[in-house]
Design a protein around this ligand. Structure first.
Ligand code: ATP
Length: 752
């Protein structure tokens, strides 16, 4: 069979899989019994898609991978769907023995060597070689052909029996070690090594299944496709929790260095996810939430504009003299009054100046750059772009996360509604072909994550010679480690307009002085710097509270707070991806409908998670730093820092997910005085609290004071430029004294 044939093989395989009706029933029961599991069922929907037309009795024969006597992808027999896997061995051997699949031990199946056999309860998938030995697996491993439910010694101590797993929930044997499952072993169809296929099966079975069952998936599927088809990942395999994973679907992280926010088409499996198109309904396009009681108080915030010949601020939208359609759209979006950053940025951008702008979270920075760009483009008679394989946009907006760039795109689309300006969004985790199709249909304003942008430039689908506006949103992040290289690559891409011939605009709520000097290199020398309030200051509408909790007491404290909060929308930030899954799962078990978002989740899952959070289906989302910046979600009443970030800017962005647009919010941060991050951040935290007129606990002040002796702590460093760094001769004290280092949270999210 040729390479290409695998796809059809897997398609056909769908017909041959066993019946999941019992299982489905179990899931449905499950859904009824617990409100926390709806996502699982949603995922199950996808799963069905992958295995549609299943024929009941074929299960006896296994063969997810459709025959060839290779065991294929195994069998789901009655033990499976009755959630008895642990007790009875789950994938009991009888039916499968003959057929490979889950049976027939050593070389092919699950039993004998542990896995789902009679020892299931004791061993789960573990100990004696995981599911199989090196060559077997659900079918067979690399040498054996297809399948590869994984295996290998690494599975030791890694069982599969938790809420994420096959069987009944069992905290003790939960999936916290799930990643071990894969490393260097085949693991459920760990593609390249694992042969063809396999499955992740995360979240089959018990009543504890819920949205977070996905958690194990990535562990299993890393570098593979598993149940998908996967170029590298071998052929086939499944990601049941995430639905069918097609060929070469994204697994998120670019290996080695780099951001999790994008993937390069050169590396790793190809992505097939095509996001659903946004609604075309006008009411949906202009849907917005109300400004809060403190919106008018924005006017009291001190604004500092530095640089020469700054144009005067405008006070009203009328003064902006926006083209009629744009003005109408602004009105329809519910914008009646300008925020301070808009008052200053709009005339500056319209005057053709470069800009570095810093204003508190949730104060309308997106419109502050989109409106003048669109107005300018319209006033200059932008040509309606039409189909062409190479597009040359007039404006490019770059942001560090997929969800954020999508949000910016929606804003651009809203403001450009009914005009000939066509915004397009492209981002990692989605099919490249889809991005290219979107671009080729016409593109005036390109919103992109950096990796995907470089990709399409390299493919010569985007030309840069007409770029008049380049926006870096969350600019400090974009110039920080991880993204900096890409931004420089963008700036030096062939055909890119020179600094003199374009306007470069940078926006953020934080701007460490070190980054300001980097930023200067890509701005015109006469750029203007607008600071609303204090650079890096927290949003004044967020009530901040720091609670001392030791690590082991955090879960209980979280429960206590969430029970108090009730159904209000809450974001819980943790330090690692694994912890995000773990906490979300824990909350679901405690009957608090929760979801999670982090860089190891598939893009589709990330979008579903966010949607569930936005709609209130899951009022709690547990997130890593991937969700810290920019996300604008209505009615987030609380942010809880389960783990304190090790970087004060990260803290400011995280708590800025609440208290937006004049609304009030509350942030509660757990502080374990023995933690390194806590020691590192203590002093800056005290300053942020004090600056925002929040209560600073005495014990925190004490810790901050004693933190001076901590390694890595720089007592003279202050990260709070009150204004333009040029005023201090271009170098900050902390820059001179110590090098800038990225936050550990960023490292975890981006580099892991
Ligand atoms: N002038 C305005 N009138 C009413 N609502 C506005 C106005 N400007 C912005 N908004 C709304 O305020 C919310 C926050 O705006 P936006 O997301 O642009 O904030 P931001 O400053 O970019 O925040 P962050 O720093 O977190 O990225 C959005 O819902 C936006 O639609």
């Amino acid at each position: 069979m040729s390479e290409e044939d695998w796809e059809s093989e897997i398609d056909n395989a769908a017909v041959c899989v066993p019946s999941f009706s019992n299982l489905e029933q179990a899931f449905q029961d499950n859904q009824k019994s617990s409100s926390s599991n709806h996502d699982f069922n949603k995922n199950f929907g996808s799963f069905e898609r992958g295995f549609e037309n299943t024929k009941g009795n074929r299960s006896d024969r296994g063969d997810f991978g459709r025959g060839r006597g290779r065991g294929g992808y195994g069998t789901f027999n009655k033990d499976w769907d009755s959630n008895d896997n642990q007790e009875s061995g789950g994938f009991s051997n009888n039916k499968n023995e003959e057929n490979g699949s889950f049976g027939d031990g050593r070389r092919r199946g699950f039993q004998r060597r542990g896995g789902f056999d009679d020892d299931g309860k004791r061993n789960g998938f573990q100990r004696s070689g995981g599911f199989n030995d090196e060559t077997s697996g659900f079918g067979k491993g690399r040498r054996g052909g297809r399948g590869g439910f994984g295996g290998g010694d690494r599975n030791e101590n890694t069982s599969f029996t938790s809420h994420h797993g096959f069987g009944n929930a069992d905290e003790k044997t939960s999936l916290t070690n799930r990643n071990d499952f894969n490393e260097e072993t085949s693991g459920f169809g760990r593609g390249r090594r694992g042969g063809r296929g396999g499955s992740s099966f995360s979240g089959f079975g018990s009543e504890d299944i819920n949205e977070n069952t996905f958690a194990s998936r990535d562990g299993f599927n890393n570098e593979s496709s598993s149940f998908g088809i996967g170029r590298r990942g071998g052929r086939g395999g499944s990601s049941i929790s995430g639905g069918f994973r097609g060929r070469n679907e994204d697994v998120g992280v670019k290996s080695g260095k780099g951001q999790d926010e994008f993937e390069s088409s050169d590396q790793g499996p190809r992505v097939t996810y095509v996001p659903p198109p946004p609604s075309d309904n006008e009411a949906d396009i202009f849907k917005h939430y109300e400004t809060g009681i403190n919106f008018d108080k924005y006017d009291d915030i001190v604004v500092d504009v530095s640089g020469s010949d700054a144009p005067p601020a405008i006070l009203t939208f009328e003064e902006a003299k926006l083209p009629d359609t744009l003005a109408r759209n602004v009105h329809k979006a519910g914008y009646e009054k300008l925020t301070p950053i808009q008052k200053h940025s709009i005339p500056i951008v319209m005057a053709g100046r470069d800009l570095m702008a810093c204003a508190q979270t949730g104060s309308g920075k997106t419109a502050a750059f989109l409106l003048p760009i669109l107005a300018h483009m319209m006033a200059n008679g932008v040509a309606s772009s039409s189909f062409h394989p190479l597009q040359e946009p007039e404006a490019i907006v770059v942001a560090p996360t997929r969800e954020l760039i999508y949000q910016i795109y929606l804003d651009a689309r809203k403001f450009a509604y009914g005009t000939c300006v066509r915004p397009v969004v492209i981002y990692g985790g989605t099919q490249t072909g889809y991005s290219l199709r979107q671009i080729s249909q016409g593109c005036n304003v390109l919103c992109a994550t950096p990796g995907r942008l470089l990709d399409v430039i390299k493919k010569e689908k985007i030309g840069l010679s007409k770029v008049r506006y380049l926006v870096l949103d969350e600019a400090d992040r974009m110039l920080d480690m991880g993204f900096k290289e890409d931004i420089y690559a963008l700036l030096h891409s062939p055909g890119m307009t020179s600094t003199e011939n374009r306007q470069t605009l940078m926006f953020s709520a934080t701007f460490p002085t070190q980054i300001q000097s980097l930023a200067r290199e890509i701005l015109k020398p006469d750029y203007l710097f607008v600071v609303v309030g204090q650079v890096g200051g927290a949003c004044s509408d967020v009530e901040q509270q720091v609670v001392e909790v030791e690590e082991y007491g955090k879960k209980d404290k979280l429960m206590e707070i969430l029970q108090e909060i009730g159904n209000e929308r809450t974001m819980v930030f943790v330090k690692t991806k694994k912890k995000a899954d773990f906490i979300a799962t824990f909350l679901c078990q405690e009957k608090i409908p929760s979801t999670s978002i982090h860089g190891d989740r598939l893009q589709k899952e990330r979008e579903i998670a966010l949607k569930d959070f936005r709609t209130g289906q899951c009022p709690v989302i547990v997130a890593t730093s991937v969700a810290a910046r920019g996300l604008d979600i209505e009615n987030v009443s609380h942010v809880i820092n389960f783990d304190i970030p090790d970087d004060i800017d990260e803290y400011v962005h995280r708590i800025g997910r609440t208290g937006r647009c004049g609304n009030t919010g509350r942030a509660i941060s757990f502080f374990d005085r023995r933690g390194d991050d806590e020691q590192r951040i203590a002093r800056s935290l005290v300053k942020v609290l004090a600056d925002a007129h929040q209560e600073v606990p005495a014990w925190l002040e004490e810790i901050a004071f004693s933190a001076q002796g901590m390694p890595g702590f720089n007592p003279r460093a202050h990260r709070f430029a009150s204004t333009d760094d040029r005023k201090r001769g271009g170098f900050s004290e902390d820059q001179r004294i110590s090098g800038y280092s990225p936050s550990v949270a960023q490292m975890e999210e981006n580099w892991e």
